[in-house]
Write a protein that binds this ligand. Structure first.
Ligand code: AMP
Length: 186
C-alpha cells in the first residue's frame, strides 16, 4: 500500500476555468487517474475510512463516480452498483429527481440493485451543491438499504453541499477550493 498524501493527490488535479460553461472552475481529475501512484493513492484514501464498516455495496454516481467506486468496492470486498442519469438502465428502475440552478435532473438505480439492510457506501468525484448526492441518498433509502456514508475525492465547501447530507462524509483530498461565480459543473 502506498502512503496516502493529500498534497500529492492535489497536485494531480487540474483546475479548468470556464468549463463546461463560463464561471465554472472545473476540477479535472483525469491527470490523477492517469497517474499510477495517484490512482492507487486515491482509491486507498477513499476506501480506508470505511474498512471496519462492513460495506457490502459501493454505489458510484455517473460518470466519474463509476471510475472511483469500482476499485473502492474491490478494496472493501464489496459489490458495485451504478447510479445513472435518467434512461440509461434497463428493467425496473427507481428514480429521484432533484433541482438544479435551472431545471431538474434525475438519478436512477435498478430496482433489484440493493437488498433491504445492505450496507452501502456512495462514491463520487466532487461534492458541489450536494443535490446529486442527496437524491442518491433518497434513492438508496427507498430500497430499504442502509446508507452508511459518502466518500468524495474533493469538496467544493463554499457551495455548502454537505448541509443536504445526513450521513457521514469523508473527503479524500480535503482543503479549500477556489470559489467560482456559479455552482455545478456537471
Ligand atoms: P452537485 O449535485 O452540485 O453536488 O454536483 C455534483 C456532480 O457534479 C458531481 O457528479 C461532479 O462530478 C459534478 N461537478 C459539480 N461541480 C463540479 C466542478 N466544479 N468540477 C468538476 N465536477 C463538478
Amino acid at each position: 500500500m502506498v502512503d496516502v498524501s493529500a498534497g500529492a493527490l492535489r497536485k494531480l488535479i487540474r483546475d479548468v476555468p470556464d468549463y463546461p460553461k463560463p464561471g465554472i472552475l472545473f476540477k479535472d481529475i483525469m491527470p490523477l487517474l492517469a497517474d499510477p501512484a495517484g490512482l492507487e493513492m486515491v482509491v486507498e484514501a477513499l476506501a480506508a475510512p470505511w474498512r471496519d464498516e462492513g460495506i457490502q455495496a459501493v454505489a458510484g454516481i455517473e460518470a466519474r463516480g463509476f471510475i472511483l467506486a469500482a476499485p473502492v468496492a474491490l478494496a472493501l470486498d464489496a459489490g458495485f452498483i451504478a447510479v445513472r442519469k435518467a434512461g440509461k438502465l434497463p428493467g425496473t428502475i427507481l428514480s429521484e429527481t432533484y433541482s438544479l440552478e435551472y431545471g431538474t435532473d434525475t438519478v436512477e438505480i435498478q430496482g433489484d440493485a440493493l437488498e433491504p439492510d445492505q450496507r452501502v457506501l456512495v462514491i463520487d468525484d466532487v461534492l458541489a451543491t450536494g443535490g446529486t448526492a442527496a437524491a442518491t441518498a433518497r434513492l438508496i433509502r427507498s430500497t430499504g438499504a442502509d446508507l452508511v456514508g459518502f466518500g468524495f475525492l474533493l469538496e467544493l465547501g463554499f457551495l455548502g453541499g454537505r448541509a443536504l447530507l445526513d450521513d457521514p462524509i469523508e473527503v479524500a483530498v480535503p482543503g479549500d477550493e477556489v470559489p467560482s461565480s456559479e455552482s455545478g459543473g456537471h
